[in-house]
Design a protein around this ligand. Structure first.
Ligand code: ZN
Length: 198
C-alpha cells in the first residue's frame, strides 16, 4: 500500500457501492446535515453511526494522532474513513465531464451500432443526429462508434443508413470512478468496499 490518504473519505451509496471520494470538509458537511452516516469498522464488525453517535464515539476514543482528528471550538472529532449515504437523490457527486474518454467509458468502449468492444484508438465519436442537421454535442446525442460504423453512417440519421443504436444515449448518473482508482490510492479501510479489478 502506498501513502495512505488519511484525509480523504470514501462515500458509499445506499447499496454500499463506492460512489465518491470527498475531503474532510465535505465529509463532515454530509455527516452534520444527516445526508450520510459513518461506517465504522472494528474487528470486522460494521457500526453505522450518525453524527451524534460519532461525536460520542470520538469523545470516548480521542484521536491518538492529531492528524486523525479535527478540533472545533467545543469538540474533538475523529475523521471518518467511510461514509454511507442515506439517500440516492442526494448523491454528492461531481458532474461527469463531457469528453471523449468519459463517453467511451459510459459506453464501455463498445461501438453503439455494432455492439463490439474496441481499443480507444479504434473508436470515434458519432453525432446520432448530425451536427449540420441540428444535432447537439451532448451526452444524449453523441455515442461511441467504431471507425467502420462511423464511416458507414456518414452524415445520415441511423435509420437512413439502415443502422440502429444498441441503446439510447443518456447522461451518466455518476462517474464510474472506482474503475479509475489505483489500489495505491486507497486507504486500507476502503478495500473491503471496493471491488478492485486487477
Ligand atoms: Zn461498429
Amino acid at each position: 500500500m502506498g501513502c495512505v490518504p488519511s484525509h480523504r473519505i470514501l462515500v458509499l451509496n445506499r447499496l454500499w457501492q463506492p460512489v465518491n471520494i470527498v475531503g474532510v470538509k465535505r465529509g463532515f458537511s454530509l455527516l452534520c446535515q444527516d445526508y450520510a452516516q459513518v461506517i465504522h469498522t472494528s474487528d470486522g464488525v460494521f457500526d453505522i453511526l450518525d453524527f451524534g453517535s460519532w461525536v460520542e464515539y470520538s469523545s470516548e476514543n480521542p484521536p491518538g494522532n492529531p492528524v486523525d482528528g479535527i478540533q472545533t471550538v467545543r469538540l474533538s472529532l475523529l475523521i471518518p474513513k467511510v461514509l454511507l449515504l442515506r439517500a440516492y437523490d442526494r448523491l454528492p457527486i461531481r458532474e461527469m465531464k463531457f469528453n471523449r474518454q468519459n463517453l467511451f467509458e459510459r459506453d464501455g468502449f463498445k461501438c453503439q451500432y455494432c455492439n463490439k468492444i474496441f481499443q480507444a484508438q479504434e473508436l470515434n465519436l458519432d453525432h446520432v443526429i448530425p451536427r449540420d442537421r441540428g444535432g447537439q454535442t451532448s451526452w444524449e446525442n453523441v455515442v461511441t462508434s467504431c471507425i467502420r460504423c462511423n464511416s458507414r453512417k456518414g452524415n445520415r440519421l441511423p435509420h437512413e443508413a439502415g443502422m440502429r443504436l444498441v441503446r439510447r444515449p443518456q447522461k451518466p448518473r455518476w462517474r464510474p470512478f472506482v474503475s479509475s482508482i489505483d489500489e495505491d490510492e486507497c486507504d486500507e479501510s476502503w478495500i473491503q468496499f471496493m471491488n478492485l479489478k486487477s
